[in-house]
Design a binder for this molecule. Structure first.
Ligand code: IPE
Ligand code: IPE
Ligand code: MG
Length: 246
């Protein structure tokens, strides 16, 4: 693994968790006169490259928003093509994850997927569970609002069943019921394709996240552009509501 001097200078203030809304696959395909699914296919290749670059740089957590809860409302053919692509991606990436020692985790509503896909996701999670340097999180059938509601409902169930006594709901307690409790809040959120919105991603967790928007469509995004976003992040002054100088 060789790093450029620019990459080495980045290490000083590397985000612990980068989250990416990989948007613009459809528009990219349309621009090329191709069917939307070929845009998704190209997008999956970019996702693989950014994952490897994150591993090389030493970013501990990378979350990729691949499919939202709302995306089920897309045309049936697009949804089923995306599901096939997901299976292909998991099959082809498992060896890479094992080789590069990347732990895989899914966040989102697993039950929304056909059982064979649920099984495959679980298999990749299990086979990579021992790795600790980097975790790749794939947000699938994910909705920030659904995650908060799930946490509240699970908590209520715990209390009603008597497994948990009367409690005051604190931030720490609520987080225990999120999809992946140990996941730190994102330090940096990247969204491609020029859309300036969060589209129901990590609503609770984005409280102090730095945002980086680019007009590039996801299939056009490169390792160099990723480094650029990390450089911009490095120059941001994060204040968390405090005052650092007068
Ligand atoms: C992002 O690209 C991938 C998914 C949401 C699955 P889009 O499919 O949203 O592409 P655009 O936004 O239509 O260009
Ligand atoms: C957000 O993109 C979801 C993913 C990238 C997976 P969308 O394309 O679904 O979001 P909107 O519809 O533009 O808000
Ligand atoms: Mg989109």
């Amino acid at each position: 693994m060789s790093s450029t001097s620019q990459e080495i200078s980045l290490q000083v203030s590397l985000p612990r968790h980068v989250a990416i809304i990989m948007d613009g696959n459809g528009r990219w395909a349309k621009k090329q006169g191709l069917p939307r699914i070929l845009g998704h296919r190209r997008g999956a290749e970019v996702a693989k490259k950014i994952t490897i670059k994150s591993r090389e740089l030493g970013i501990p957590y990378l979350t990729l928003f691949a499919f939202s809860k709302e995306n089920w409302q897309r045309p049936r053919e697009e949804v089923s093509a995306l599901l096939s692509l997901l299976v292909e991606y998991l099959d082809s990436e498992l060896p890479t994850m094992l080789e590069k020692e990347i732990r895989f985790k899914m966040i989102g509503d697993r039950e929304d997927f056909p059982v064979e896909i649920q099984r495959k996701i679980l298999e990749v999670e299990k086979k990579t569970a021992q790795f600790s340097q980097m975790t790749l999180v794939l947000a699938l059938s994910y909705s920030g609002r659904a995650e908060i509601l799930k946490a509240i409902n699970d908590l209520i169930k715990e209390v009603q069943s008597g497994r948990l006594g009367k409690v005051e709901v604190t931030e720490a307690l609520l987080r225990k019921y999120f999809y992946f409790p140990e996941l730190p809040d994102p330090d940096l959120l990247i969204r491609t394709s020029g859309e300036l919105r969060v589209s129901n991603f990590f609503l609770y967790q984005l409280a102090y996240t730095e945002f980086y928007f680019t007009d590039l469509l996801w299939p056009e995004f490169t390792e160099e552009e990723f480094i650029k976003a990390l450089e911009v992040y490095k120059r941001r002054e994060r204040r968390f509501g405090k005052v650092y100088e007068f």
